[in-house]
Design a protein around this ligand. Sequence first.
Ligand SMILES: Cc1cc2nc3c(=O)[nH]c(=O)nc-3n(C[C@H](O)[C@H](O)[C@H](O)COP(=O)(O)OP(=O)(O)OC[C@H]3O[C@@H](n4cnc5c(N)ncnc54)[C@H](O)[C@@H]3O)c2cc1C
Length: 429
Amino acid sequence: MSEDKFDAIIVGAGIAGSVAAYVLAKAGANVVVIERGNFAGSKNMTGGRLYAHSLEKIMPGFAGKAPLERKVIKERVSFLTEDSGVTLDYTGFRAQMPHEESYTVLRSPFDRWLMEQAEAAGAQWIPGTRVDEVITEDGKVVGVQADGESLEANVVILADGVNSLLGEKLGMVKPIKANAAAVGVKELLELHKDKIQNRFNLKDHEGACWLFAGFPSNGKMGGGFLYTNQSSLSLGVVCGLQHIESSSKTVPQMMEDFKNHPLIRPLIEGAQLREYSAHVVPEAGINMLPELVRDGVIIIGDAAGLCLNLGYTIRGMDLAVTSGEAAALTVLHAKERNDFSKTGLSSYQTLLDESYLMKDLKQYQKLPLFLENPRIFNHYPKMAADFMADLFTVDGTPAKPLYQKVMSCCQKGGYLNLIKDAICGVRAI
Ligand SMILES: Cc1cc2nc3c(=O)[nH]c(=O)nc-3n(C[C@H](O)[C@H](O)[C@H](O)COP(=O)(O)OP(=O)(O)OC[C@H]3O[C@@H](n4cnc5c(N)ncnc54)[C@H](O)[C@@H]3O)c2cc1C
């Protein structure tokens, strides 16, 4: 063991880790962050839309300083079939309080900036180094091993992202199950900002978030997303891991077909591919929560499965911020009492329980199971498209009354299924 003992060692400089480091360092704690990537943001991926509320609480006015892309004012949700799309479109021009706003972000510049804030506050930072082991003595975590060296700390904060191998080795995180995660692929497509603004009807710094169900994930659990950045588009597909095997298309093929969909192709025309990335998303919410605390160790962010996929929006980054803050406050509290045992660190759970985070995870507890229903991604997008086609087609034959058009669309999937799914859907959210 080295002679210097840190108050906390943080594994991973994603949003969760950097926020924990920032809060600890700002309060004068001796903290080091170890990240395997060569710079913060180099290994990280998101869709990505950042809901500002949790970071605004820690860094008021951060939106004026951080490298954010566009402020979201436009929301779209589409149901796609192979050759059609039904879209719900909302544009909000009303003024919002800073904590109500959300922004499109690119992780590479954003995470780098966040880590710089932690460094400026006094956090130490070791990039390009993988933590290989968490060191335990008499069942208590006392440090980490990285690059053949041992570092000692009162608390190790695991912020190593989804599929936390270190959490697994400790026996706190269970190996990820296929039904608890999805895989996402994303292309970053460079496009001139004027074209983005014209194609999406946006002004400077205004942004759009667009989610798609049905065709993008080949009718399987998942969907597509499109976010507007300053001068690029983030376009991607997410598909439930357990459905990939039975899908007639691979995920890269889903992505290709999505890009060639008649609704998408004109929007990305002329854009240049700048990045292609893939990442796992935790999807089971509270149902995949690991053991969050043990003697000398706390798990935060995606490593703890703290992510919410509601179908019409994905949230992991605001939860990463909140769990990073809660872990930091817990370590500071434990330091005051010089008690880093599981009991001494138990306020982490309390802080999460008292925040929106655990309340939201509980609120949407039934949603992952509801989204397993294949009709959501298969039958209903087609039903919506058929209804619209029927409604707007005038072909010289006598018009049917509206209720007959509705009934004939509903009949295809079965009335009982429709009623059952509507009830389950309402209960799930
Ligand atoms: C396709 C997709 C779309 C998404 N869309 C959204 C969205 O629009 N909005 C939203 O809020 N959330 C979204 N999410 C979720 C969000 O991206 C995550 O919840 C968030 O990135 C979690 O942050 P984190 O800091 O916990 O983990 P990560 O960002 O994954 O950071 C973990 C860090 O730990 C490092 N690390 C891992 N192991 C080690 C080790 N042994 N030693 C050293 N370093 C290590 C990694 O290199 C990485 O930098 C999306 C996710 C995906 C995949």
